[in-house]
Design a protein around this ligand. Structure first.
Ligand code: AMP
Length: 114
């Protein structure tokens, strides 16, 4: 199976300035931002999406959310509010087959999404 673009970023084969990295995940700004703040938090583990996760990934999934919460504080959008999005599969709008959490903020976002 060929590497996804996110796996190549994790392996430093494609440059992407990381705004966070630890033993479990990395985070960087989305190349096509949908809001003034649009960050992706990505596990180092190659999980295609949430549906590929198991109970063994519970701590990892929690960690991704914790990192997103901290980044929201660091990027000064915690007070104004933000949205976390995980697209899963075709109907979920997923385009890259490597699990990722979108952190979006810096503007008001309508609900429900289109
Ligand atoms: P999704 O549609 O949920 O799979 O989101 C994939 C996201 O990855 C999109 O918002 C893209 O803009 C973003 N993306 C794709 N390639 C890159 C890249 N090289 N660096 C940063 N973000 C990227």
């Amino acid at each position: 199976m060929s590497k996804t673009i996110f796996k190549k970023i994790i392996d430093r084969e494609i440059p992407a300035p990381l705004i966070h990295e630890d033993e479990l995940c990395v985070a960087f700004h989305d190349v096509s931002p949908q809001a003034p703040v649009h960050v992706l938090v990505i596990p180092r583990k190659e999980l295609i999406n949430l549906d590929a996760s198991t109970k063994d990934d519970s701590a990892l999934l929690g960690h991704l959310l914790s990192v997103a919460v901290q980044l929201a504080r660091d990027l000064n959008i915690a007070e104004s509010g933000y949205r976390l999005v995980i697209n899963n599969g075709r109907d979920g709008g997923q385009s890259v087959d490597h699990l990722h959490v979108h952190l979006l903020g810096g503007r008001h976002m309508a609900w429900p999404p289109g």
